[in-house]
Design a protein around this ligand. Structure first.
Ligand code: ADP
Length: 420
């Protein structure tokens, strides 16, 4: 193992595993902390998918440290802490606390923070995160149910979450190339900075930063920054040169779409699918809390549908999410939906459903945990950052497309099936 990654949610981990495998590393994605005797096979990169984005920081820190120690113990030379390209976090964390703990664990040398993912419209300029043409704080991320992002200045956001001294390396330096970036890292370390936000607006920027960061034990960021890392191992002669592409076969059987994301892209995908004739059932957290909606009822509805692949969704407009949160509490509302969709998924597997498209990072984490999936084999990419995967470690393999809420084109729910 060369690169070990700790991802704070499942769809982010999948997105990262996809980038690394596309850049030529044999990659395995593990769900949760791998057991000490886990067989990584001949993996050159291992991505551990946690569900630690919104849990209390001490728990996120403990889990991330556990994962890091497992990966280092299995030979990883570099650790990558992966979070969302929209820097999803609350004022308490967990990006800052986890980065801080990993920084200390790995020797305390300078590290970087770069959520940029230009292919998906996430760029960082002068320390400010843009989503498409909008500042993060003007984007729909301001209304996220769990991690509303209301400040685009990442230096300020991160500094509020950590005792590490946060610095900034700007685009003018990044644009001058690898050597200039390396020098900027040295200056930052001389100034006592321990983690630098680094601008990136193109994939070339990310590759240059990746190369300049070859010697860092710890790197933190979105999956974008990972595109530059495999090349370092290749240049050092550590990557296997000749790699037969492993075949990908999705199991045949019944399929369902479960959407627990309220992100703009998912809401659009829901309405496009419904307009195209997809049978759809909308869940309301208040009905779940009151026992009016149960997993059994939802499963019966799914089984009763005919024709197009059915969609069960809780995706709602920000006002409706607020209403549910006011009545139930933010975490409780989220949990109720996640648990219900996870229950539904599990029950459907015993009725022959083996193809699941799940929308939402937290939602996917809940579903995959409930299904008992240990690891995922990465398959073809549906849209940037979202591959089909096949479960590893279950008696009946499942095809899973786990979509981060804001990813995917508007006809994603209709088109994803073409690849399986
Ligand atoms: P994304 O990838 O878009 O961030 P997530 O699944 O990570 O999606 O997060 C969405 C969160 O919102 C989940 O915890 C989910 O259970 C919760 N949620 C879904 N629908 C509703 C709703 N109608 N009201 C309140 N919370 C909801």
């Amino acid at each position: 193992m060369l690169l070990g990654a700790v991802a704070d949610d499942l769809t982010g981990a999948t997105d990262l595993a996809l980038s690394l495998s596309r850049e030529g590393m044999r990659t395995v994605q593990v769900v949760g902390i791998p057991p000490a005797d886990f067989d990584y096979g001949d993996a050159e990169a291992v991505v551990v998918a946690l569900k630690s984005r919104t849990i209390p920081s001490p728990e996120a820190v403990a889990l991330s440290l556990d994962a890091c120690r497992r990966l280092i113990g299995a030979g990883a030379e570099q650790i990558f802490f992966k979070y969302c390209s929209t820097f999803d976090s609350t004022p308490e964390g967990n990006i800052g606390p986890v980065a801080e703990a990993l920084h200390a664990e790995l020797g305390g040398a300078l590290t970087l923070a770069c959520p940029a993912f230009p292919a998906n419209g996430r760029t960082v300029y002068r320390g400010h995160l843009f989503v498409g043409d909008m500042l993060l704080s003007d984007s729909p991320m301001k209304d996220h149910p769990l991690t509303p992002m209301t400040d685009s200045n990442l230096v300020r956001v991160l500094q509020k979450q950590t005792a590490l001294k946060v610095g900034l390396v700007t685009r003018d330096v990044v644009g001058r190339g690898i050597k200039a970036i390396g020098t900027a890292f040295e200056y930052a370390a001389d100034r006592g900075e321990e983690i630098v936000i680094i601008d990136a607006i193109t994939d070339d920027d990310l590759r240059a930063i990746g190369q300049a960061a070859a010697g860092m034990r710890l790197i933190t960021g979105g999956s974008g920054i990972a595109i530059g890392l495999p090349e370092n191992f290749r240049r050092a002669g550590k990557l296997s040169a000749n790699r037969a592409e492993s075949g990908f076969t999705a199991p045949q059987g019944k399929a369902v779409i479960l959407a627990g994301s309220c992100s703009t892209a998912t809401r659009r995908q829901v309405s496009v699918a419904i307009r195209a004739g997809t049978p759809a059932l909308k869940l309301d957290p208040l009905d779940i809390a009151a026992g009016r909606t149960t997993a059994d009822k939802v499963v019966d509805w799914v089984a009763s549908t005919t024709g197009a692949i059915p969609l069960v969704y809780s995706s709602s407009e920000p006002e409706d999410v607020k209403r549910a949160q006011q009545a139930l509490g933010r975490d409780r509302a989220g949990e109720l939906v996640e648990e219900l969709l996870a229950d539904v998924a599990l029950r459907l597997t015993s009725q022959g459903y083996c193809r699941f498209l799940v929308a939402g990072g937290e939602t996917s984490g809940a579903v995959v945990n409930r299904l008992g999936v240990q690891a995922l084999f990465i398959g073809p990419e549906i849209d940037p950052g979202v591959p089909w995967t096949v479960s590893v470690g279950l008696q009946q393999p499942l095809a899973l497309a786990l979509k981060s809420g804001n990813f995917g084109g508007e006809d994603f729910f209709l088109r994803a099936w073409d690849l399986v």
